[in-house]
Design a protein around this ligand. Structure first.
Ligand SMILES: C[S@@+](CC[C@H](N)C(=O)[O-])C[C@H]1O[C@@H](n2cnc3c(N)ncnc32)[C@H](O)[C@@H]1O
Length: 268
Protein backbone atom coordinates (compact mmCIF):
# COMPACT_ATOMS: atom_id res chain seq x y z
CA UNK A 1 0.00 0.00 0.00
CA UNK A 2 1.44 3.39 -0.98
CA UNK A 3 1.02 4.89 2.51
CA UNK A 4 3.61 2.39 3.80
CA UNK A 5 6.31 3.94 1.64
CA UNK A 6 5.83 7.37 3.21
CA UNK A 7 5.49 6.69 6.92
CA UNK A 8 9.03 7.99 7.58
CA UNK A 9 7.87 11.36 6.25
CA UNK A 10 4.41 11.60 7.85
CA UNK A 11 3.66 13.14 11.24
CA UNK A 12 0.60 12.84 13.48
CA UNK A 13 -1.62 15.89 12.84
CA UNK A 14 -2.53 15.99 16.58
CA UNK A 15 0.82 15.68 18.41
CA UNK A 16 3.43 15.84 15.57
CA UNK A 17 5.04 12.51 16.48
CA UNK A 18 5.84 9.85 13.85
CA UNK A 19 3.21 7.50 12.37
CA UNK A 20 3.30 3.77 11.66
CA UNK A 21 0.86 1.44 9.88
CA UNK A 22 -0.86 -1.41 11.77
CA UNK A 23 -4.16 -3.20 11.10
CA UNK A 24 -5.25 -0.90 8.29
CA UNK A 25 -4.75 2.29 10.35
CA UNK A 26 -1.95 4.73 11.07
CA UNK A 27 -0.96 5.16 14.71
CA UNK A 28 1.40 7.41 16.57
CA UNK A 29 3.15 6.69 19.89
CA UNK A 30 0.52 8.75 21.70
CA UNK A 31 -2.30 6.46 20.48
CA UNK A 32 -3.81 8.85 17.95
CA UNK A 33 -5.03 6.72 15.07
CA UNK A 34 -6.28 7.44 11.56
CA UNK A 35 -8.10 5.00 9.32
CA UNK A 36 -6.92 4.29 5.82
CA UNK A 37 -9.68 4.54 3.23
CA UNK A 38 -10.48 1.36 1.30
CA UNK A 39 -9.08 3.09 -1.77
CA UNK A 40 -5.67 3.41 -0.06
CA UNK A 41 -5.54 7.08 0.89
CA UNK A 42 -5.23 8.57 4.36
CA UNK A 43 -7.85 11.09 5.48
CA UNK A 44 -6.48 13.53 8.08
CA UNK A 45 -9.03 16.28 7.43
CA UNK A 46 -11.06 15.61 10.57
CA UNK A 47 -14.13 17.35 9.14
CA UNK A 48 -15.99 18.10 5.93
CA UNK A 49 -14.23 19.17 2.74
CA UNK A 50 -14.27 22.93 2.07
CA UNK A 51 -16.27 24.25 -0.86
CA UNK A 52 -13.19 24.72 -3.05
CA UNK A 53 -12.12 21.04 -2.97
CA UNK A 54 -11.90 19.70 -6.51
CA UNK A 55 -14.82 17.46 -7.49
CA UNK A 56 -14.61 14.13 -9.31
CA UNK A 57 -15.85 15.85 -12.49
CA UNK A 58 -13.11 18.51 -12.25
CA UNK A 59 -10.47 15.81 -11.74
CA UNK A 60 -11.73 13.86 -14.76
CA UNK A 61 -11.52 17.03 -16.90
CA UNK A 62 -8.02 17.71 -15.54
CA UNK A 63 -6.96 14.14 -16.33
CA UNK A 64 -8.07 14.50 -19.97
CA UNK A 65 -6.23 17.83 -20.33
CA UNK A 66 -3.03 16.30 -18.91
CA UNK A 67 -3.38 13.22 -21.13
CA UNK A 68 -3.59 15.53 -24.16
CA UNK A 69 -0.22 17.06 -23.18
CA UNK A 70 -1.49 20.64 -22.82
CA UNK A 71 0.63 21.23 -19.68
CA UNK A 72 3.51 18.98 -20.72
CA UNK A 73 6.14 21.82 -20.70
CA UNK A 74 5.08 22.73 -17.14
CA UNK A 75 5.45 19.10 -15.98
CA UNK A 76 8.82 18.90 -17.72
CA UNK A 77 10.08 22.11 -16.11
CA UNK A 78 8.85 21.20 -12.63
CA UNK A 79 10.46 17.74 -12.93
CA UNK A 80 13.73 19.25 -14.20
CA UNK A 81 13.93 21.57 -11.20
CA UNK A 82 13.75 18.67 -8.71
CA UNK A 83 15.52 15.95 -10.72
CA UNK A 84 17.14 13.33 -8.48
CA UNK A 85 15.28 14.40 -5.33
CA UNK A 86 13.95 11.43 -3.41
CA UNK A 87 11.23 12.73 -1.07
CA UNK A 88 8.72 15.10 -2.63
CA UNK A 89 5.47 16.57 -1.31
CA UNK A 90 2.94 18.06 -3.73
CA UNK A 91 0.28 20.24 -2.11
CA UNK A 92 -3.06 20.80 -3.83
CA UNK A 93 -1.91 17.84 -5.89
CA UNK A 94 -5.15 17.02 -7.74
CA UNK A 95 -4.41 13.94 -9.83
CA UNK A 96 -0.68 14.04 -8.80
CA UNK A 97 0.29 14.48 -12.46
CA UNK A 98 3.19 16.80 -11.60
CA UNK A 99 4.34 14.73 -8.62
CA UNK A 100 4.52 11.49 -10.62
CA UNK A 101 6.65 13.25 -13.25
CA UNK A 102 8.87 14.81 -10.59
CA UNK A 103 9.60 11.41 -9.02
CA UNK A 104 11.37 10.44 -12.24
CA UNK A 105 12.35 6.83 -12.86
CA UNK A 106 13.88 5.94 -9.48
CA UNK A 107 11.77 3.20 -7.82
CA UNK A 108 13.04 4.36 -4.40
CA UNK A 109 11.73 7.92 -4.76
CA UNK A 110 8.77 8.72 -2.46
CA UNK A 111 5.95 11.16 -3.07
CA UNK A 112 3.25 12.51 -0.78
CA UNK A 113 0.22 13.93 -2.61
CA UNK A 114 -1.74 16.24 -0.29
CA UNK A 115 -5.12 17.62 -1.27
CA UNK A 116 -8.21 18.70 0.60
CA UNK A 117 -10.37 16.75 -1.87
CA UNK A 118 -11.15 13.07 -1.28
CA UNK A 119 -11.85 12.65 -4.99
CA UNK A 120 -8.33 13.94 -5.68
CA UNK A 121 -6.78 11.55 -3.14
CA UNK A 122 -8.60 8.62 -4.76
CA UNK A 123 -7.11 9.48 -8.15
CA UNK A 124 -3.65 10.31 -6.75
CA UNK A 125 -3.44 7.01 -4.86
CA UNK A 126 -3.76 5.21 -8.21
CA UNK A 127 -1.40 7.47 -10.15
CA UNK A 128 1.91 5.90 -9.05
CA UNK A 129 2.77 3.22 -6.45
CA UNK A 130 5.47 5.52 -5.04
CA UNK A 131 2.82 8.10 -4.06
CA UNK A 132 1.05 8.21 -0.68
CA UNK A 133 -2.19 10.21 -1.01
CA UNK A 134 -3.31 12.23 2.01
CA UNK A 135 -6.47 14.31 2.46
CA UNK A 136 -5.48 17.37 4.49
CA UNK A 137 -5.78 21.13 4.48
CA UNK A 138 -2.66 22.99 3.37
CA UNK A 139 -3.62 25.90 5.68
CA UNK A 140 -3.24 23.65 8.74
CA UNK A 141 0.13 22.35 9.99
CA UNK A 142 1.21 19.90 7.28
CA UNK A 143 1.20 16.24 8.45
CA UNK A 144 4.89 15.77 7.66
CA UNK A 145 7.96 15.78 9.90
CA UNK A 146 10.29 18.74 10.28
CA UNK A 147 13.02 19.16 7.64
CA UNK A 148 12.34 15.77 6.02
CA UNK A 149 11.53 16.71 2.42
CA UNK A 150 13.84 17.18 -0.55
CA UNK A 151 11.21 19.16 -2.45
CA UNK A 152 7.74 20.69 -2.20
CA UNK A 153 5.68 21.28 -5.35
CA UNK A 154 2.78 23.71 -5.49
CA UNK A 155 1.20 23.90 -8.94
CA UNK A 156 -1.82 26.24 -9.18
CA UNK A 157 -2.54 25.51 -5.53
CA UNK A 158 -2.64 27.33 -2.17
CA UNK A 159 0.73 28.11 -0.57
CA UNK A 160 1.50 27.79 3.14
CA UNK A 161 5.03 29.20 3.02
CA UNK A 162 5.96 28.86 6.73
CA UNK A 163 4.91 25.22 6.69
CA UNK A 164 6.81 24.54 3.43
CA UNK A 165 9.92 26.03 5.08
CA UNK A 166 9.43 23.87 8.19
CA UNK A 167 9.03 20.65 6.20
CA UNK A 168 11.92 21.16 3.76
CA UNK A 169 15.47 20.03 4.41
CA UNK A 170 17.98 22.90 4.47
CA UNK A 171 19.08 21.88 0.94
CA UNK A 172 15.49 21.35 -0.25
CA UNK A 173 13.64 23.07 -3.08
CA UNK A 174 10.22 24.68 -3.34
CA UNK A 175 8.75 24.80 -6.86
CA UNK A 176 5.66 26.93 -7.47
CA UNK A 177 3.72 27.30 -10.71
CA UNK A 178 1.31 30.21 -11.08
CA UNK A 179 -0.76 31.41 -14.05
CA UNK A 180 -0.07 34.76 -15.70
CA UNK A 181 -2.80 37.17 -16.87
CA UNK A 182 -2.48 35.82 -20.44
CA UNK A 183 -3.20 32.26 -19.32
CA UNK A 184 -6.15 30.72 -21.17
CA UNK A 185 -6.41 33.77 -23.44
CA UNK A 186 -8.67 32.66 -26.24
CA UNK A 187 -11.04 31.01 -23.79
CA UNK A 188 -11.02 33.78 -21.17
CA UNK A 189 -12.11 36.50 -23.59
CA UNK A 190 -14.71 34.34 -25.36
CA UNK A 191 -16.31 32.94 -22.22
CA UNK A 192 -15.77 35.60 -19.56
CA UNK A 193 -13.64 33.39 -17.32
CA UNK A 194 -12.26 34.58 -13.98
CA UNK A 195 -9.39 37.05 -14.37
CA UNK A 196 -5.88 36.10 -13.26
CA UNK A 197 -4.50 38.92 -11.11
CA UNK A 198 -1.30 40.50 -12.47
CA UNK A 199 2.02 40.18 -10.58
CA UNK A 200 1.17 36.87 -8.91
CA UNK A 201 4.76 35.71 -9.26
CA UNK A 202 6.19 38.99 -7.91
CA UNK A 203 3.80 38.88 -4.97
CA UNK A 204 4.83 35.30 -4.25
CA UNK A 205 8.54 36.16 -4.40
CA UNK A 206 7.95 39.03 -1.94
CA UNK A 207 5.91 36.88 0.45
CA UNK A 208 8.41 34.01 0.23
CA UNK A 209 11.44 36.18 1.01
CA UNK A 210 10.91 35.72 4.76
CA UNK A 211 11.70 32.00 4.38
CA UNK A 212 13.21 31.43 0.93
CA UNK A 213 15.54 32.88 -1.66
CA UNK A 214 14.38 32.90 -5.27
CA UNK A 215 16.66 30.58 -7.24
CA UNK A 216 15.12 30.36 -10.70
CA UNK A 217 12.21 31.79 -12.72
CA UNK A 218 10.88 30.37 -16.01
CA UNK A 219 8.15 31.87 -18.15
CA UNK A 220 6.40 29.15 -20.12
CA UNK A 221 4.19 30.52 -22.86
CA UNK A 222 2.73 28.58 -25.77
CA UNK A 223 -0.30 28.46 -28.01
CA UNK A 224 -2.18 25.20 -28.33
CA UNK A 225 -4.95 24.17 -30.70
CA UNK A 226 -7.73 22.49 -28.75
CA UNK A 227 -10.92 20.71 -29.74
CA UNK A 228 -14.26 21.92 -28.36
CA UNK A 229 -14.15 19.04 -25.85
CA UNK A 230 -10.68 19.94 -24.61
CA UNK A 231 -11.59 23.63 -24.40
CA UNK A 232 -14.57 22.70 -22.22
CA UNK A 233 -12.27 20.54 -20.06
CA UNK A 234 -9.81 23.43 -19.63
CA UNK A 235 -12.64 25.47 -18.17
CA UNK A 236 -14.20 22.64 -16.16
CA UNK A 237 -10.92 21.57 -14.49
CA UNK A 238 -10.24 24.89 -12.76
CA UNK A 239 -11.80 27.47 -10.46
CA UNK A 240 -14.28 28.54 -13.15
CA UNK A 241 -16.06 25.24 -12.47
CA UNK A 242 -17.17 26.72 -9.12
CA UNK A 243 -18.74 29.72 -10.89
CA UNK A 244 -20.17 29.14 -14.32
CA UNK A 245 -19.17 26.67 -17.02
CA UNK A 246 -20.48 27.98 -20.36
CA UNK A 247 -22.93 25.69 -22.15
CA UNK A 248 -21.29 25.91 -25.55
CA UNK A 249 -17.52 26.06 -25.80
CA UNK A 250 -15.77 26.29 -29.16
CA UNK A 251 -12.36 24.83 -29.94
CA UNK A 252 -9.52 26.97 -31.26
CA UNK A 253 -6.25 28.53 -30.17
CA UNK A 254 -5.63 28.82 -26.43
CA UNK A 255 -2.64 30.43 -24.72
CA UNK A 256 -0.90 28.62 -21.88
CA UNK A 257 1.03 31.23 -19.89
CA UNK A 258 2.65 30.06 -16.66
CA UNK A 259 5.47 31.12 -14.34
CA UNK A 260 7.50 28.39 -12.65
CA UNK A 261 9.57 29.71 -9.73
CA UNK A 262 12.06 27.71 -7.70
CA UNK A 263 13.04 28.73 -4.18
CA UNK A 264 15.68 27.53 -1.71
CA UNK A 265 15.23 27.78 2.07
CA UNK A 266 17.15 30.63 3.68
CA UNK A 267 19.97 29.21 5.74
CA UNK A 268 19.03 29.35 9.40
C1 LIG B 1 -6.26 24.23 -9.56
S1 LIG B 1 -6.17 22.66 -8.76
C2 LIG B 1 -4.49 22.16 -9.12
C3 LIG B 1 -4.30 20.65 -9.06
C4 LIG B 1 -2.90 20.16 -9.51
N1 LIG B 1 -1.83 20.83 -8.79
C5 LIG B 1 -2.74 20.39 -10.99
O1 LIG B 1 -2.27 21.45 -11.40
O2 LIG B 1 -3.12 19.50 -11.76
C6 LIG B 1 -6.05 23.15 -7.05
C7 LIG B 1 -6.08 21.94 -6.10
O3 LIG B 1 -5.89 22.43 -4.78
C8 LIG B 1 -6.79 21.75 -3.92
N2 LIG B 1 -7.01 22.61 -2.74
C9 LIG B 1 -7.76 23.74 -2.64
N3 LIG B 1 -7.70 24.24 -1.39
C10 LIG B 1 -6.88 23.40 -0.70
C11 LIG B 1 -6.44 23.38 0.65
N4 LIG B 1 -6.83 24.31 1.53
N5 LIG B 1 -5.61 22.38 1.05
C12 LIG B 1 -5.22 21.42 0.17
N6 LIG B 1 -5.61 21.39 -1.13
C13 LIG B 1 -6.42 22.37 -1.55
C14 LIG B 1 -8.03 21.49 -4.76
O4 LIG B 1 -8.81 20.44 -4.26
C15 LIG B 1 -7.37 21.18 -6.12
O5 LIG B 1 -7.12 19.80 -6.27
Amino acid sequence: MAIDVATDLLACPVCRSGLGVADGSLHCVNSHSFDLARQGYLNLLGGPEPANADTAAMLAARGRVHAAGVFEPVAEQVAAQVAGRMSILEVGSGTAYYLARALGEDPAAIGVALDVSKAAAKVASRTDPRIAAVVADVWKPLPVRDRCLDAVLCVFAPRNLPEFARALRPDGMLVVATPRPGHLAGLRDRHGLLEVPPDKADQLAAAASEFFELHDTRLLRRQVEVSAGLAADLIAMGPNAFHRVPEEVAGGTVTIDITVQTFRPLSS
